[in-house]
Design a protein around this ligand. Structure first.
Ligand SMILES: Cc1ncc(C[n+]2csc(CCOP(=O)(O)OP(=O)(O)O)c2C)c(N)n1
Length: 621
């Protein structure tokens, strides 16, 4: 049967549909999302949860004249389908295909490039203010999840927006979940709003009565004091959003299309800062995702009828290797604490969470707080290990500098998903960490070549003093491909893996094995190639670099990190300042631009970071 979706002129076409037709479109969108994500992987559960909400938004608003901003943007698949990308949707997250996140270069309906959490209200407020300053008249609506609302920026923006009073609609999409179950006092507060709506309504009514009683000078009138002091008033849940200056509407069923349409219309007509609290089910409409929204938050390929993963690899991820090793260390040293910012599973810390619940903290999507809290713990003699993805640690830069390094505190940063991450694309690539960490005084930065080195570095980091980071990519343990014994880690020392005279390949982390392969290839061409595993991006092994540069006279640095400020810059400085005689130098890494999305291996090869890319760069040199 022909789909209604295919015949519509979207998004305008939604406006003339009956409720029954909108519900049919919702089902068709769900099917399209499930079928596509089962082949491409992606953020399934979050997107399924907002299908009705997205339909309601695009039925009421006139995008792109009206602006819709999706927080994180991982839930915007229905938005993409409804705004001109239905035909292309099957290319989701594929190299050359449409992105898994809103992209301004993909559609005028994507107002902002997003991927990191808790930014939507700030963006929306900025756009609303731009509109006001120009005297224009469009609506601005931000959709933010309850998980993303745990990020400090969201509160900073609510605080400011409430005061400015501009027309702005914030839709709080409350599904009780971040990636894992949402955490913190805010989650309990939202639960109370959800479960006791009658108490909330009573509070709102009383608040409105109080607001309408005249206040004389500095003194609050007698009746207000009486009302505020009454037991009834005190027993009611306070209205955080109203106190911040928003009009609160909700909680309402986020799958009820007519109710959503009515409420968004009302919010638009009323004006001022409006907060609509919708309650949705993550994974809605696909039983395996409803039953296990955590697994289906971000999935690889799966079998649609059963929901079973089609991922055939059974080797461990480096995150799991890290998590297991940390549990082992924690058994030996009770000072070890593990901290995550809403990613216990992604970072491999879920084992630790189960084994040592009292020494484990999920702080919510609050990387800044995670780092500074670690500083507080370290100042009292604990050894905090903060496991955060490279791209999200960017957010806590000042905290690393000011609250950790400047105090010379012993905090270990486990920097996961370093380098190119693949299908999530430019917002998620962890290409800047070497540069931003290397520039901090007193920081140690280690990069393991394989799982054994990762474990050794973790042990070493726990045993040392001062701030240190271990950065490792999104990849599996290389297992049987591993060809080398791991020599003990020495602070600031690299390892000469193969000696040679014609050219030295100085490789960092995941580039060590491809460099060994490239050296083997070049040797067949008659070149005597030295290969160094740099191990430390800071402090760099100066003595080894001077020695090998003077010997080989040609040096190629290979790293899966940004070329600006990466290991290559450090090596170039050493060669320029300390090495006698002429040395030919080249450096390959992630170029100075934002790399697109696609399979990690394809993106690495595009940057020249494959065995043959290294061979080519070496030959050129
Ligand atoms: C700064 C930052 N930290 C972590 C993440 C990883 N992340 C992506 S989505 C998500 C959970 C978001 O939860 P919520 O806002 O409730 O949306 P839901 O997926 O439940 O719809 C997290 C932690 C991120 N995108 N940005």
């Amino acid at each position: 049967m022909a789909r209604l979706l295919d015949g519509l002129d979207l998004p305008e076409g939604l406006k003339g549909l009956t409720l029954g037709q909108l519900q049919q479109v919702a089902e068709e969108i769900r099917e399209e999302i499930i079928n596509t994500v089962s082949k491409t992987g992606g953020h399934l559960a979050s997107s399924l949860g907002v299908v009705e909400l997205t339909l309601a938004i695009h039925t009421v608003l006139d995008s792109p004249h009206d602006k819709v901003i999706w927080d994180v943007g991982h839930q915007a698949y229905a938005h993409k389908i409804l705004t001109g990308r239905l035909d292309n949707f099957r290319s989701l997250r594929q190299y050359g295909g449409i992105s898994g996140f809103p992209r301004t270069d993909e559609s005028p309906h994507d107002v902002y490039n997003t991927g990191h959490s808790s930014t939507s209200i700030s963006i929306a407020l900025g756009i609303a203010k731009a509109r006001d300053l120009r005297g224009e008249g469009y609506s601005v609506l931000a959709v933010i999840g309850d998980g993303s609302l745990t990020g400090g920026m969201a509160f900073e923006a609510l605080n400011h927006a409430g005061q400015l009073g501009s027309d702005l609609i914030v839709v709080l999409n409350d599904n009780e979940m971040s990636i894992s179950r949402n955490v913190g006092g805010l989650a309990s507060y939202l639960a109370r709003l959800r479960t006791e709506p009658h108490l909330l309504k009573a509070r709102l009514e009383l608040d409105r009565i109080i607001k309408n009683i005249p206040v004389i000078g500095k003194d609050v009138s007698e009746s207000v004091r009486k009302l505020k002091g009454s037991l009834k008033y005190l027993a009611l849940p306070s209205m955080l959003f109203e106190d911040l200056g928003f009009t609160y509407l909700g909680p309402l069923d986020g799958h009820n299309i007519p109710l959503l349409i009515r409420t968004i219309r009302h919010a638009k007509a009323k004006g001022g800062p409006m907060l609509i609290h919708v309650v949705t089910k993550k994974g809605k409409g696909y039983p395996p995702a409803e039953a296990d929204p955590k697994t289906f938050h971000g999935v690889g390929k799966f079998h649609v009828p059963s929901g079973k993963s089609l991922n055939s690899s059974n080797s461990k991820s480096l995150s799991e290797v890290f998590g297991e090793a940390l549990v082992e260390e924690a058994a030996k040293d009770s000072r070890i604490i593990a901290i995550t910012a809403a990613m216990p599973d992604g970072t491999g810390l879920s084992m630790f969470m189960k084994a040592y619940p009292k020494r484990f903290f999920d702080v919510g999507i609050a990387e800044q707080h995670a780092v500074t809290m670690a500083g507080g713990l370290a100042s009292q003699g604990f050894i905090p290990v903060v496991a955060v993805y490279s791209t999200f640690l960017q957010r806590a830069y000042d905290q690393i500098v000011h609250d950790i390094a400047l105090q010379n505190l012993h905090v270990v940063f486990a920097v996961d998903r370093a380098g190119l991450v693949g299908e999530d694309g430019p917002t998620h690539h962890g290409s800047l960490d070497i540069a931003y960490l290397r520039s901090i005084p007193g920081m140690t930065v280690m990069v393991p070549a394989d799982e054994e080195e990762l474990v050794s570095m973790l042990k070493f980091a726990i045993g040392m003093d001062g701030p240190c980071a271990i950065r490792y990519p999104r990849s599996s343990a290389i297992g049987s491909k591993k060809t080398r014994e791991c020599k003990p880690i020495e602070h600031g020392k690299g390892v000469l893996l193969e000696d040679g005279k014609d050219i030295a390949l100085i490789a960092l982390g995941s580039m060590v094995y491809p460099s060994l392969d490239a050296a083997a290839f070049l040797r067949k061409e008659g070149l005597r190639v030295a290969v160094v595993n740099a191990r430390f991006a800071k402090p760099v092994d100066e003595a080894l670099i001077v020695e090998i540069s003077e010997k080989c006279k040609k040096v190629l640095v290979v790293e899966d990190a940004g070329v600006v400020g990466g290991l290559g810059s450090a090596v170039a400085d050493i060669i320029a300042g300390k090495v006698q005689g002429e040395v030919g130098f080249a450096h390959i890494g992630i170029p100075d631009n934002f790399v697109t999305h696609g399979p990690r291996e394809v993106l690495l090869a595009e940057c020249g970071l494959s065995t043959m890319g290294i061979v080519e760069a070496a030959m050129k040199l």
